[in-house]
Design a protein around this ligand. Structure first.
Ligand code: ASP
Length: 584
C-alpha cells in the first residue's frame, strides 16, 4: 500500500497512529537539529518532522530531498508544538521513521505556491506544474462541481445526455470552422462542430424531448483576449415549450448551481428587452449590480447653440454619484481614457452639481444654470454628483457610454465581488445588417424563430423583425443564450432566403434539417451555456483560461505540446494535401 492516508487528512484524533503518506515535497526547512518538510498532494499539506535526537541518518536523508521530489514516509502522528491554524492538518505533524524517495525532481522553473514567480509563458509551457498550485487546483475542483451539479439538476428535470459527433459538416454560426481533411475521400473535409445545434434539433425531431450535453465546441475565430478556440458548452434543447418554459428551467439551473456550490440564493431574474438594455446600458449584457443608467438629453441639450450636441444623433448622460469632487486633472485623465483608440470618444462633457448647490460645467458658455439644472433633475442628480455626457451617432455613443459606465462603476466600487446580479435579455433583433457583405446575418443563428407578432414583417421589413431569442447575463457577462427554433420547412426556407442563400445553397448545406422538418418536427427551443465562463464568473474572475486544465494561449497555441505544428510529408500526401513533387 502506497499510503494509508492523504496529506489533507490527519487530525489530532489520529494522534499516536502509525501512518504512511506519499506526496510531493513543497518545501523543507532546517532548524538546529531538526528538519521539517511540507508534504503535499491534491488534498492538502502535512508537516513531516525529523530530529537528530530521534534518528540522525534520517535527518541527513531528509535534507537531501529537493522541492517537488515524490516521497513516501511512515511515522507516528504527533501533536505539534506550534500549531498552524491556516491548514486543516495544522494541529499535527508526522514523526517520521522511514523515508523513501519514489522519484527525484529537477528544480521547477517557478515556485509551486499560491503566488508564483512564474510568468504566463513559462507557466503555460509547464502547465502540469502550474496545475499543482492551489488556485488552479481549486478552479478545476469548482469546475468539476459545476459539471456534476449541472448533470444532477438536468437529470432530475428529465434531460437525457446524448453525444453528438465531432466530425461533421460545417454549420454557419458566425465563426469559421476548423476542418479535418479526409484521407479516404480525396479533397473532402470534415468540420469540427461550432456547436451541436443542428444535431440537438434533430434529436427533438426524433422525439427525445429533453436533451443535454456538456460538450466541446470549436470556433476558428480571430483571437481576442480570453477566447479559446475550443471551449465547453452545457448544451440543451427541449420540445413542446415556449420561451417562458425555457427561462424557468434554466433560471432554475443557475439557482441550483449557485445554491449547491456557493451557498448563495440568487434572486429571481428580471427580464429586460434588448432595446431597453441598449437604451439604458448601451450593452446587450448589462452589469446591473449598479444603476447609473443612461439618460438621454436630446430634448434638453439640443438647439441651444452648442454645435457638437446639435449635430449629434444622441446626447446621453450618466450620473456619477459623489464625483463633483473630481479635480480638473481627474476629469482630463478620464477624458483621455475615453479618447483612447479602444474607445474612441471625441470628447466628454461634464456637469458638476457642487455640494453647495452651485452648478459648474464644461459648457457654461452655451447653457444657463437653469438649463443645466434641468439636465441634473432629469438624471436625478444630488448635490455632490457629476454628470458625464457623450454625444454622436446612436450606436457608437452608446458603446462608448457603456465603457464609461463600467469604468465609473469600478472606480466607485459598485461592481462588488461576491455580489451576483443575473437577468435575462430577451427579444433580440433577428437579423443584423452587414455592411461588408451587404446582406443580413442572423444575429443568433439561422434556426432561430422570429417572434409570432413579427412574422408578417419577414417579407416586408426583415430588419425590424425580433427574434424569439434570449441571453442569460450575470454581472455584465453573457453566460448563455438560446432561442425558440423554426420547425417549419417553409419558414426555414424563407429565413435562408432573407440571409441571401439560394435554394440550392440552402438545400446543399441544410437539406438534412429541412428534410427532417417534413417528418413531424415538433415545436422546440433550447439554450447553451458557456461552461468555462459560467464557472469563472461564479469565482468572480473574468478570464476563463485558468478554469481549463490545458488551455491555448492568446495566439491559439498550446505551448506545452507545441501545437499547431507541421506534419510530415507522408501525412500530407496521405491526406491529399500535397502534390507529388515530381508531378508535372
Ligand atoms: N447553439 C447556440 C450557440 O452555440 C446556442 C443555442 O441556440 O442553443 O450559441
Amino acid at each position: 500500500m502506497y499510503r494509508t492516508h492523504t496529506c489533507g487528512e490527519l487530525r489530532l484524533s489520529h494522534k499516536g497512529e502509525q501512518v504512511t503518506l506519499a506526496g510531493w515535497v513543497q518545501k523543507g526547512r532546517g532548524l538546529g537539529g531538526m528538519t521539517f518538510i511540507d508534504l503535499r498532494d491534491r488534498y492538502g499539506i502535512t508537516q513531516l518532522a525529523f530530529n537528530e535526537e530521534w534518528d540522525a541518518d534520517l535527518v541527513k536523508d531528509a535534507r537531501k530531498v529537493g522541492r517537488e521530489y515524490v516521497i513516501q514516509v511512515t511515522g507516528e502522528v504527533i501533536e505539534r508544538a506550534s500549531k498552524n491554524s491556516k491548514i486543516a492538518t495544522g494541529e499535527v505533524e508526522l514523526k517520521v521513521n522511514s523515508l523513501k524517495v519514489l522519484n527525484a525532481s529537477k528544480l521547477p522553473p517557478f515556485t509551486i505556491e499560491d503566488e508564483t514567480d512564474g510568468g504566463e509563458e513559462l507557466r503555460m509551457k509547464y502547465r502540469y506544474l502550474d496545475l499543482r498550485r492551489n488556485p488552479l487546483k481549486e478552479n478545476l475542483m469548482l469546475r468539476h462541481r459545476f459539471a456534476i451539479e449541472s448533470r444532477k439538476y438536468l437529470d432530475e428535470q428529465g434531460f437525457l445526455e446524448v453525444e453528438t459527433p465531432f466530425l461533421i459538416k460545417s454549420t454557419p454560426e458566425g465563426a469559421r470552422d476548423f476542418v479535418v481533411p479526409s484521407r479516404s475521400h480525396e479533397g473532402e473535409f470534415y468540420a469540427l462542430p461550432q456547436s451541436p445545434q443542428t444535431f440537438k434539433q434533430l434529436l427533438m425531431v426524433s422525439g427525445y424531448d429533453r436533451y443535454f450535453q456538456i460538450v466541446r465546441c470549436f470556433r476558428d475565430e480571430d483571437l481576442r483576449a480570453d477566447r479559446q478556440p475550443e471551449f465547453t458548452q452545457v448544451d440543451c434543447e427541449m420540445t413542446f415549450v415556449e420561451r417562458e418554459d425555457i427561462l424557468q428551467i434554466f433560471e432554475g439551473l443557475a439557482k441550483h448551481l449557485y445554491k449547491k456550490i456557493k451557498g448563495i440564493d440568487l434572486p429571481d431574474f428580471p427580464r429586460m428587452q434588448y432595446d431597453d438594455a441598449m437604451r439604458l446600458y448601451g450593452s446587450d449584457k448589462p452589469d446591473i449590480r449598479f444603476g447609473m443608467e443612461f439618460v438621454e438629453l436630446n430634448d434638453l441639450a439640443q438647439n441651444k447653440g452648442f454645435k457638437v450636441f446639435d449635430a449629434a444623433e444622441l446626447v446621453v448622460a450618466i450620473n456619477a454619484p459623489g464625483c463633483a469632487s473630481y479635480s480638473r486633472k481627474d476629469i482630463d485623465k478620464l477624458t483621455d481614457w475615453m479618447k483612447r483608440p479602444q474607445i474612441g470618444a471625441k470628447g466628454m462633457v461634464w456637469v458638476k452639481y457642487n455640494e453647495d448647490g452651485t452648478i459648474k460645467s464644461a459648457v457654461d458658455k452655451f447653457y444657463s444654470e437653469e438649463d443645466l439644472k434641468a439636465w441634473l433633475d432629469k438624471c436625478d442628480a444630488k448635490p455632490g454628483d457629476m454628470l458625464l455626457v457623450l454625444s454622436g451617432g446612436v450606436n457608437t455613443t452608446r458603446k462608448q457610454m457603456n465603457e464609461l459606465r463600467l469604468e465609473m462603476g469600478t472606480r466607485l466600487g459598485l461592481r462588488k465581488q461576491g455580489e451576483y446580479a443575473p437577468l435575462w435579455v430577451v427579444d433580440f433583433p433577428l437579423l443584423e445588417w452587414d455592411e461588408d457583405s451587404q446582406r443580413y446575418h442572423a444575429m443568433h443563428h439561422p434556426f432561430t424563430s422570429p417572434i409570432a407578432a413579427d412574422m408578417e414583417l419577414m417579407d416586408t421589413d426583415p430588419g425590424k423583425v425580433k427574434a424569439n431569442a434570449y441571453d442569460m447575463v450575470v454581472n455584465g457577462v453573457e453566460l448563455g443564450g438560446g432561442s425558440i427554433r423554426i420547425h417549419d420547412r417553409q419558414l426555414q426556407k424563407k429565413m435562408f432566403e432573407v440571409l441571401g442563400f439560394t435554394d440550392e445553397e440552402a438545400q446543399k448545406q441544410f437539406g438534412f434539417l429541412m428534410n427532417a422538418f417534413e417528418y413531424g418536427a415538433p415545436p422546440h427551443g433550447g439554450i447553451a451555456f458557456g461552461f468555462d465562463r459560467l464557472v469563472a464568473v461564479s469565482a468572480g474572475q473574468e478570464s476563463i483560461r485558468d478554469f481549463i486544465a490545458f488551455p491555448k494561449n492568446n495566439a491559439g497555441r498550446d505551448m506545452m505540446i507545441d501545437t499547431p505544428s507541421l506534419i510530415s510529408d507522408e501525412q500530407l500526401h496521405e491526406l491529399h494535401l500535397k502534390v507529388e513533387q515530381n508531378e508535372e
